[in-house]
Design a protein around this ligand. Sequence first.
Ligand SMILES: Cc1cc2nc3c(=O)[nH]c(=O)nc-3n(C[C@H](O)[C@H](O)[C@H](O)COP(=O)(O)OP(=O)(O)OC[C@H]3O[C@@H](n4cnc5c(N)ncnc54)[C@H](O)[C@@H]3O)c2cc1C
Length: 390
Amino acid sequence: MPVLAIPDEYAALTDALRDFVDREARPLEEAHAQELQETGHITGAVELRRGLRKKSAAAGFYQLFMPEEVGGGGIGYLGMALAYEAVAATGSYLAGGGGLLPNVEGPTPVLLDCNPEQRARYLDPTMRAERESAFALTEPEAGSDATKIKTRAVRNGDTFVVNGRKHFITHGAYADYVLLFAVTDPEKGAQGGITCFLVDTDTPGFTVARKQQTMYDDHQAELVFEDMAVPESQILGREGYGFYSAMKWINGGRIQIAAAAVGIADMLLAKMTEYAKQREAFGKPIGKNQYVQGHIVDSLVELEQARYLTYVAADTIDNGGDGRMWAAKAKYVASEMVGRVADRAIQVYGGNGYMTEMGIERHARMVRAMRLYEGTSEILKTNIAKGLGL
Ligand SMILES: Cc1cc2nc3c(=O)[nH]c(=O)nc-3n(C[C@H](O)[C@H](O)[C@H](O)COP(=O)(O)OP(=O)(O)OC[C@H]3O[C@@H](n4cnc5c(N)ncnc54)[C@H](O)[C@@H]3O)c2cc1C
């Protein structure tokens, strides 16, 4: 018996998203099937996803979660969670990572702080997938404690001169503009001293220092700013209150990750269950062995716990509740869960699970990062503990 009543229109939406994946993403993947099978990647994926995003925006999917007043679909947090889960559960390499629904490159409610002129230059084209963004907060010496960033923006008349360095910035090497967080008043720190600027990546003084290779791909980048002049008209929201703008999206971002983790786990669970029925050892399907059943059943029940937590987090916010603790719990539980499920999937597939050609191990590498970004598991536990008054 489901805890929540899922509105019928969401079933139609998730069907439409799956159709989009089958129609638009699968043929591209099939054309690169050998490379994907051998390496776990597709050369040119950045461009292919860009093309998919434009089609998704034209179909009204890409901007689904944004409010109707700015041309979005206004579907709310539960609709968003179901949509991200459905797309992740397809296992599609290209539709994931911002191919169908936005990742960091796309529209988020942080951009709702745009004034009318900024809206025309940044928000509107991002909604149409014509311009792409990146979120530049983390620095080599300021990760979990982002209030300690050092990138400095010094006012000179109606212009700011920016110097500093960011790293691990997803899509940083491909974006048209970044949401850049810089210190404008060192005395005030995060309480009125950090400002968010909209910075075009072709601004003189902006350099992509290097792409950073991770255990999954090279989609993160180090960005350097040297005497970069940014007019004050590029401030997003209020000067000094950049952190407050960013925090508007913290719950949404965490719920998106939790939902994607649930979708990926769902897909891996289906695959390992099917494999356990087909693969034989010692004269019977491996799924007849209790140890193998344990991997599958533990994955199923942990997945269901994470799924309901994610839906409750989303539903709480849709109903006007304070979602901070729920979103932290959902992201913590789901991102840890999907790591265990991906590892069990490799175990159930045996040596085949470790080989790239089965398409299992790449998910295990990819989901590992979910425990790191948008709040590490440790930071989320710290937040939850604070919520308990500890
Ligand atoms: C794939 C990927 C994509 C990313 N994309 C972006 C992006 O687009 N934009 C962006 O700005 N950033 C991005 N990041 C950066 C990400 O937000 C940081 O990696 C994260 O906040 C952790 O910071 P850190 O890596 O500096 O770790 P640190 O802060 O150095 O932490 C190291 C370890 O110490 C633990 N720790 C730290 N403080 C505490 C504490 N108080 N209590 C308990 N444990 C603690 C952490 O949990 C972690 O285990 C990305 C990171 C990754 C891996």
